[in-house]
Design a protein around this ligand. Sequence first.
Ligand SMILES: N[C@@H](CCC(=O)N[C@@H](CS)C(=O)NCC(=O)O)C(=O)O
Length: 215
Amino acid sequence: MYSLYFCPGTCSMAAHILLEECGAEYETIAVALGKGEQRGEEYRKINPHGKVPALMVDDKIITQNVAILTYITSQFPDAKLAPGNAGDYAHCLETTGWLTSAVHPAFGLALHPERPGGETSMGEAGEKAIEDGARASYWAAMQEIDNRLANREWMMGDQYTFLDGYTLVFYGWGKRINMPMEDLKNFSAFKGRMIARPAVRTVLEKEKSPLLDAA
Ligand SMILES: N[C@@H](CCC(=O)N[C@@H](CS)C(=O)NCC(=O)O)C(=O)O
């Protein structure tokens, strides 16, 4: 039995989709990020870094998408949700690492350009500069994903992997910060294929995802 600490619409959706795809026995425990629950004493015992996702397995906790996604995948080998070939697997991890370390922070800054200043206000101009830079980086990443998906069904080509659910999170975030995601034809078609998967639809429905609104 797995317990996933999650918050709808956040990056924890990738693990949620993966658990559903694997047919895993799991429960979800909502963490209200909007109310700051992630910084509370109770959740800090689960993840001292105060972030979702966190996955509890047999009283042990795993955090960080890269670790959680690869762990779940490894427990369900028959689902074949990772490339079998070592080189392709490395490439799949490479993209997961890029999403985590570069694209996710760009989204964070676009949404909250005031955060790097901490207690010290950077002023409207300072925040605007951060927001503009972050939006430009995020959009460039969205275009890169769109190019990669040209003539490809999934991020790794013909094989659907754990990377696909994670990639869908970023499409949703692009819409959330009012980027013209529909202009990205390949990425939008990918989003459509994702939504057509029963496991993905189940999770989007549970998380009340706006991705279903236009679908
Ligand atoms: N590198 C981490 C990032 C986790 C993360 O930033 N999660 C966000 C939600 S998308 C969060 O919990 N934010 C709460 C906060 O920063 O207070 C991962 O990939 O798991």
